[in-house]
Each structure stands twice: as structure tokens, then as C-alpha cells.
Write a protein that binds this ligand. Structure first.
Ligand SMILES: [Zn+2]
Length: 408
């Protein structure tokens, strides 16, 4: 029979409580800075002495610095705390056509960025990325770098640490993007799927503070999905959770980049809208997606029709998400959302038809434009290693930590 060692359990839980409290305080400072220790204690419900111990440690570790001194009516002047924005993160967004490398501080403020065309093979991409990362770091040599965050148009397997699925980058087979960059920069690299990165951006920097079930749908060359369920990012086996874009809706449909036929993204991506347009306009040299949107803005009938078809397909595909996950919110990330006034209602109406019980989920465009959403998500990706998981679980974790502290 397996023996349970309660002594060790006790040690583990007090360490966990300490880590959780540290995360709670760090996240509160991040969101409410500048903030006094008294307010930290009041808002967190932790004892003043606990808050003092944690903040002293955070100041020693250089995560937190003294901010401006606030004034209180009775003449007391508490010292305010804020995050140390000398700490920075290098982030990259790897897309089929373009790759962006940037530097952001711990508050998610971008200090600089540069773009390069994405090479056709992983090896050259890694080499060029390392060059750009080094260059960006040199531009900010006065900062302390926490790590590298990369958002990729593909799926990353945490177990093998390889990118395992990247049909839109047209790189076949699994490849190691993380190892060589870690070796060259001496920093830890965190990789995440672009849609998952957008989920983190919404949860960490966006307006989704109280939402526990949220799905981000990214619409560009393909259609990606990031799932935030029960207050956590769903990664699934091999990091493949959320590939709704490659669910075949019609076995006789057009060929998809994944090798299948009639996948959702074949009907709902930017490429789909371009196909609809070229089919109806009978022109051989089709416009870019940007051109197509401009045409639609100028009320070109064929362009409007093409984007409407895309919007219908997007909404119909979202019914899978509604039926399977029942999110409170579906956030759409993509250039397409610029025309939300024209086409958002089409998507909403399609989604509303899918609801079996209760109200349909809120469908809305993301607060940040697509590349910013992905880059901000990678900032969160690196920071969550230090700050703990998303803020959503914060309240529960905090309650848990207090209960543990009380039990001791
Ligand atoms: Zn597919």
C-alpha cells in the first residue's frame, strides 16, 4: 500500500502558499501601480506583515521599485511601489510572410521593433531571428532582459519542445526553433501558437479580466483558435488544442494547406475571401487582402459580397466552438475586424443561431490590432513564469493561500 507522507505535504503547501501570495502581490502591483503597501494589504486581504515581507523580497530581486510618493489627507506619505520597467523582454512574431522582432518592458510597453521577410526554411529563419534579436538587445543595452517570447503560426509541443504543425509557414515536419535561439542568446525562449498568444494578451493586458471561458479566433492566411477554459489556456495533447480551422466541413471542398479538403479555414480565412472575389470577378491577377478591404470600404459590390461570404463562413464555423466549449466571449483577431461595422453583425447572427440554451456568447473584435495582440501575448508568455498564471485564477488562488495559511 502506498504510504502518504503528511510531513512533506505540509512543507509543500506552505511553499505553495508563499509562491501564490508572491504572485498575487506581483500581479496587484502590475495592475494597480503605483500602489502603497497598505493598499496591497487591503486589496489582497493579506496581512500587512506578509505584504511587507513579499515586497521586500520583490525589491531585492529588482522586480519592484519605489515609485512616486503619494499624499494622504492626514499628511502621511506612504511610499508607492511599481514594477521595475528596466526589465525587458525580447519578443518575436513569426508569420508566413513577415517576422517582427521587438523589445518591450515588463508593463508591455514597446520600446522598438523591426520586421523582416520570413525565409522559406526553418534553418535560415532561426539564423536571421538570432541576428535580429541580438540587434534589438543592443539597442537597449541598459535593460535587463528576462527572456525571449515567440509567437508562431503553428503549434508548439511543450513535451518535445518542437514546432509540430505549421502548414501556413509551409515547413513540413517538426523542427526546433527554441533550442538554437536559447543557445545563441543565453536566454530562455518561450514559444506559443499565435492564437494562444492572443488569448494571453486578452487575459493579461485586455479587457477580459472577469471572463473564465473565452475563445480567440485569429483570422489571416488561416484560421486559428486559442481556448481559455475554466480560467486556463487549453494546450491539449501535442499542443494541438484549438485546431478548429482544420476541421473538414466538406470532404469534397477545396484543398487545404494541411493536406485535407474543405477545412473551416478554406472557407473563412483571408485567402477564402480572395478566392470568392477572384471567382466572381473572373480576373486572373487578384488583389491583396488589404486591397479587397479597401474595395469593400468603397462599396465595391463584388468585394462586399466576397467578405460577406467569408463572414458567414466564420460565424458558421464558430458554431462548433459554441457547441463544444460554450465560451462567454469569442474574440476575433485579424485585419478583417477593421470592417466590423460592416460584417460583424453577419458573424453574430450566424453564432446566435447555434445557441441551444441561454444567450449567445459575446462576439467582438480584439482591442489591439493583430500584430500587437500577438506580440503582447508573448510578453505575457515570458512574464507569467515569474508572475504566476493569469489573473483570473488570482482570486481563487488567493483564497486558497489564505485558507492554507489559516490551516497552519
Ligand atoms: Zn486544413
Amino acid at each position: 500500500m502506498r504510504r502518504l507522507d503528511f510531513t512533506n505535504t505540509q512543507v509543500a503547501s506552505s511553499e505553495t502558499a508563499r509562491d501564490i501570495n508572491r504572485g498575487v502581490v506581483l500581479n496587484l502591483i502590475r495592475r494597480r501601480q503605483p500602489i502603497s503597501r497598505a493598499d496591497l494589504a487591503r486589496v489582497s486581504g493579506l496581512q500587512r506583515s506578509t505584504v511587507s515581507l513579499i515586497t521586500e523580497q520583490l525589491i531585492r530581486e529588482n522586480w519592484v521599485v519605489y515609485g512616486p510618493t503619494g499624499r494622504l489627507p492626514r499628511g502621511r506619505r506612504p511610499t508607492f511601489l511599481r514594477l521595475n520597467d528596466r526589465r525587458a523582454i525580447v519578443v518575436a512574431d513569426l508569420r508566413p510572410m513577415q517576422c517582427t522582432v521587438a523589445v518591450a518592458d515588463v508593463n508591455g510597453r514597446f520600446l522598438s521593433q523591426e520586421a523582416m521577410p520570413t525565409p522559406g526554411d526553418p534553418k535560415t529563419t532561426v539564423k536571421n531571428l538570432i541576428g535580429r534579436i541580438r540587434h534589438q538587445m543592443q539597442l537597449h543595452s541598459d535593460r535587463v532582459f528576462e527572456g525571449v517570447g515567440i509567437s508562431v503560426s503553428g503549434r508548439f509541443d511543450l513535451k518535445t519542445e518542437h514546432v509540430v504543425f505549421a502548414p501556413n509557414l509551409k515547413w513540413s515536419g517538426a523542427f526546433d526553433l527554441k533550442g538554437p535561439i536559447e543557445e545563441a542568446t543565453g536566454m530562455r525562449v518561450e514559444l506559443e501558437n499565435a492564437a494562444n498568444a492572443c488569448v494571453l494578451a486578452e487575459v493579461w493586458f485586455g479587457h477580459a479580466e472577469t471572463v473564465r471561458d473565452l475563445v480567440v479566433v485569429t483570422v489571416s492566411e488561416g484560421v486559428g483558435t486559442g481556448i481559455f477554459a475554466n480560467g486556463q489556456l487549453s494546450r491539449g495533447l501535442n499542443g494541438m488544442a484549438g485546431e478548429f480551422g482544420h476541421v473538414p466541413l466538406d470532404p469534397n471542398g477545396p484543398l487545404c494547406t494541411c493536406g485535407g479538403k474543405g477545412c473551416w479555414e478554406v472557407y473563412a480565412s483571408n485567402r477564402a475571401a480572395l478566392r470568392y472575389y477572384s471567382e466572381s470577378s473572373l480576373s486572373s491577377d487578384g488583389p491583396s487582402f488589404q486591397d479587397l478591404m479597401q474595395l469593400a470600404e468603397a462599396n465595391d459590390a463584388l468585394a462586399v459580397k466576397a467578405l460577406e461570404r467569408m463572414a458567414h463562413a466564420l460565424g458558421r464555423g464558430m458554431r462548433m466552438i459554441v457547441a463544444g466549449i460554450a465560451p462567454e466571449e469569442i474574440v476575433v483577431v485579424g485585419e478583417f475586424t477593421r470592417l466590423w461595422d460592416k460584417f460583424g453583425a453577419v458573424i453574430e447572427a450566424e453564432v446566435a443561431k447555434a445557441v441551444l440554451v441561454g444567450k449567445p456568447p459575446r462576439v467582438r473584435p480584439a482591442a489591439a490590432e493583430p500584430s500587437m495582440a500577438r506580440l503582447r501575448g508573448t510578453v505575457a508568455l515570458v512574464l507569467q513564469k515569474h508572475f504566476g498564471p493569469s489573473m483570473h485564477v488570482e482570486k481563487e488562488q488567493h483564497r486558497e493561500a489564505r485558507l492554507m495559511a489559516r490551516a497552519q
